[in-house]
Ligand binder design. Structure first.
Ligand SMILES: NC(=O)c1ccc[n+]([C@@H]2O[C@H](COP(=O)([O-])OP(=O)(O)OC[C@H]3O[C@@H](n4cnc5c(N)ncnc54)[C@H](O)[C@@H]3O)[C@@H](O)[C@H]2O)c1
Length: 364
């Protein structure tokens, strides 16, 4: 049983719930959380996060090699969860240097620090389905192709469809993402997340530790920052709705996402520490079901107790947004002995109830 665990980004949405889940699994684990309490996520002048007794919190930045080295030296971790990251797709276009400094160099700093102590046996990466870009499509013959990037000029004319290579026979339907698809990152954020995967897998070759890559779909649930305007579409929607606003639904409302409840993601992270998964395994973590953004927005309005018509479909679009995302969770089910448990109705209700109570009490 693992005793010493280091979680980078452990004060965030997923990480803070992971800490509690690990302690439920084994109360004797020694957990170190390394997190810079990013103002975009935690606000300016955040209070020190409250963790269960015995958890060591270290304020620090993964882009700071010395600080990361010091916490690795101190914790001598057997198991590492690497969650710290810059996470905004749109923002990543404006700040590619910051995104690379944190996501890419932060990962190389971690690798070098782990080499020095040589205590680590597993590194689990919070990776992203963003690496698939537009993802897979099956054509009329059942052949799978990777969707090509959508062109702004077509989208401006209201054509939101995903182009396919010329040899695909139409019509084609989107398929669930699986690790067999070639990566096709469509944003700076996605490229940095893919680089994290490559770096951990390559550095782990011949090392004592094994890398497990969990590619998350859209994670949602209580605890996701309501103030971060760059990530977490449902949290952003909840905040706008609770402030009495109307939602602007992009494209034609039919953008589809696989929304996976945070506790299901945390359960997958915990399973990754228990089950012997071979080095470099890439596993897709989602609910396995695609829902359109419009349907999800209306479900959220109802869960908040609001009429479900507080929106307009605007036809606006964002470069880097992809049209369809859904995970093929069969590999994760088999290798992690995990499966998603929380229904979308229950998950959205939990998010809505939490957002209402936060909105009443917090200064967002
Ligand atoms: N939430 C999702 O939908 C989703 C989807 C795919 C992948 N992921 C990945 O999961 C991980 C965790 O995401 P989350 O949703 O919990 O995000 P989050 O923003 O709530 O948590 C990230 C945590 O990392 C910390 N952090 C940011 N930059 C840091 C730095 N330079 N040094 C140290 N700490 C830093 C933040 O303060 C925050 O506490 C990220 O790596 C993200 O890319 C999340």
């Amino acid at each position: 049983m693992t005793k010493r665990v280091l979680i980078t980004g452990g004060a965030g949405f997923i990480g803070s719930r992971l800490v509690k889940a690990l302690l439920r699994q084994d109360p004797d684990q020694q957990i170190w959380v390394f997190d810079n309490l990013h103002p975009q996520v935690h606000g300016d002048n955040p209070a020190s996060p409250v963790f269960p007794e015995g958890v060591h919190f270290v304020l620090g930045d993964v882009a700071d090699a010395e600080a990361l080295n010091a916490v690795v030296e101190k914790s001598q971790p057997e198991l590492v969860y690497h969650l710290a990251a810059e996470t905004g797709t749109g923002q990543s276009y404006d700040e590619p240097t910051r995104y690379c400094a944190v996501n890419v160099l932060g990962t190389t700093h971690l690798i070098e620090a782990l080499r020095r102590v040589d205590t680590t046996r597993r590194v689990v990466l919070a990776a992203s389905r963003a690496v698939y870009g537009e993802g897979g499509y099956r054509d009329a013959d059942g052949v799978e192709f990777v969707g090509l990037p959508r062109q702004p000029q077509n989208m401006a004319e209201g054509d939101f469809s995903v182009p396919l290579p010329k040899n695909a026979r139409l019509p084609a339907t989107p398929s669930a993402s699986h690790a067999g698809l070639p990566p096709a990152p469509a944003s700076v954020y996605a490229s940095t997340k893919l680089m994290q995967e490559y770096l951990l897998c390559q550095a782990g070759e011949g090392a004592e530790w094994e890398a497990t890559i969990l590619r998350f779909q859209n994670v949602y649930g209580p605890g996701q920052s309501l103030r971060n305007p760059y990530t977490g579409v449902l949290s952003i929607f909840a905040r706008q709705l609770l402030a009495g606003g109307q939602l602007a639904i992009f494209e034609d409302g039919d953008i589809a996402r696989d929304f996976v409840f945070v506790d299901d993601v945390v359960a997958a992270l915990v399973c990754a520490s228990i089950n012997p998964v071979t080095h470099g395994s890439i596993l897709d973590i989602g609910s396995g079901e695609a829902v359109t953004i419009l349907d999800m927005a209306r479900m959220l309005m109802r869960a908040l107790g609001l009429p479900d018509n507080a929106y307009s479909v605007t036809g606006q679009f964002r470069i880097g947004d992809i049209r369809y995302a859904c995970a093929d969770v069969s590999a994760a089910k088999g290798q992690l002995k995990w499966s998603p448990q929380v229904s979308i109705q229950s998950g959205v209700q939990q998010l809505a109830d939490w957002a209402k109570s936060e909105f009443k009490t917090a200064t967002l």
